[in-house]
Design a protein around this ligand. Sequence first.
Ligand SMILES: Cc1cc2nc3c(=O)[nH]c(=O)nc-3n(C[C@H](O)[C@H](O)[C@H](O)COP(=O)(O)OP(=O)(O)OC[C@H]3O[C@@H](n4cnc5c(N)ncnc54)[C@H](O)[C@@H]3O)c2cc1C
Length: 397
Amino acid sequence: MNLEFSPEEQAFRDEVRAFIAESYPKHLADFGMREDMEREDFLAWHKILGKKGWSVPAWPVEYGGTGWTPTQRYIWSEENARASTVMPLPFGVSMVGPVIYTFGSEEQKAKHLPGIRSGEVWWCQGYSEPGAGSDLASLKTTAVRDGDHYIINGQKTWTTLAQHADWGFFLCRTDPTAKQQEGISFILIDMKTPGVEVKPIKLLDGGYEVNETWLTDVRVPVENLVGEENKGWTYAKFLLAHERSGIAGVARSKRGVEKLREIAANETAYGEPLIKDFDFAKKVSQLEIDLAALEITELRTLAGEQAGKGPGPESSILKIKGTEIQQRLTELTLEAVGTYGAPFHGGVSNDNSNEHPVGPDYSQYAAATYFNMRKTSIYGGSNEIQRNIITKMILGL
Ligand SMILES: Cc1cc2nc3c(=O)[nH]c(=O)nc-3n(C[C@H](O)[C@H](O)[C@H](O)COP(=O)(O)OP(=O)(O)OC[C@H]3O[C@@H](n4cnc5c(N)ncnc54)[C@H](O)[C@@H]3O)c2cc1C
């Protein structure tokens, strides 16, 4: 595999970099944590990309994809990471969008894909329940047919950013007598339907990123069923593979390591820049080595996708290594800011506080980010579950 970028790819990088410099909304540059953001802040870059035709690069061209090669897509994510952009959220673009264009009806494609592309419609994911996380197939939310509607009852949890969502994709049990995986359907629900209630959950970092979603006698037209009734598990698994490969976040971690090096050059240990401390420098170097190895693995996966292979069990490897690196990065960043990280008071940012931040700007979010990133080894299927998948699907044990 040739890892040098061709002159055309370099030209593409220049084009992307110039476009971001010119078009990225300046007011978004200042957010330290995404929990501080309003709905329109999340969507601002997405809407600009929608107009440019760049919001769903990985989709087939007939549905609005850019037709970029895997390398171009990689350059695209690298340049966005470099500029710390707020990228389109995955729930529409990389989760339900591919399910709809692969398994949905023509009406569903016409109704839902344009809003995902343009960033006008916000989606959330209703998979997990209080008693169904890793063991997702034990979910209990029911959808009972009543004429040309389903009546849906149950409770979902950890529904990320559902407080802003217009639509959600939900896994519901449509055949309680079938074997667990066989009685599940994939249903699209308008979040404004009577009976849908979203209740915030406060997290360790002080933010409200996730919710409980209660469904009480929610009447949903049968045309919102995706694919076949009781075949939802197939679509759910397809979606999870897409979700996992997006979680690795290599380009963002590379930018994070650069920032960490800047912080460690500014902070001191025993009168010397921290980055000259042997133990600390060794930890940063190890992180960089692991990240370089992950980057190659991700490029190989992208090349496989280009050759027509969908994301398969390798996405579990990307998920585990990518999230371990993200967590180590936030641990080292917290270590680098040292005591400046200590005044964390459970709020996401100090922006609304009368108190002056005690340390440099880069220390302000170190603790909140550290706490927030504990989630990455849990969501998208916990890392233990990914190891089980690798054992079975790749090692054949
Ligand atoms: C921040 C955040 C956002 C999320 N957003 C969403 C969302 O938008 N929509 C949604 O539907 N869900 C969402 N989730 C839920 C997420 O998918 C689940 O938390 C995850 O699947 C784990 O399920 P659980 O929390 O029920 O833990 P459990 O399944 O109860 O697991 C508890 C522990 O046991 C381990 N374990 C369980 N089974 C096994 C096994 N067979 N082998 C080895 N170890 C095992 C797990 O690894 C974990 O460490 C989110 C979670 C978080 C933390």
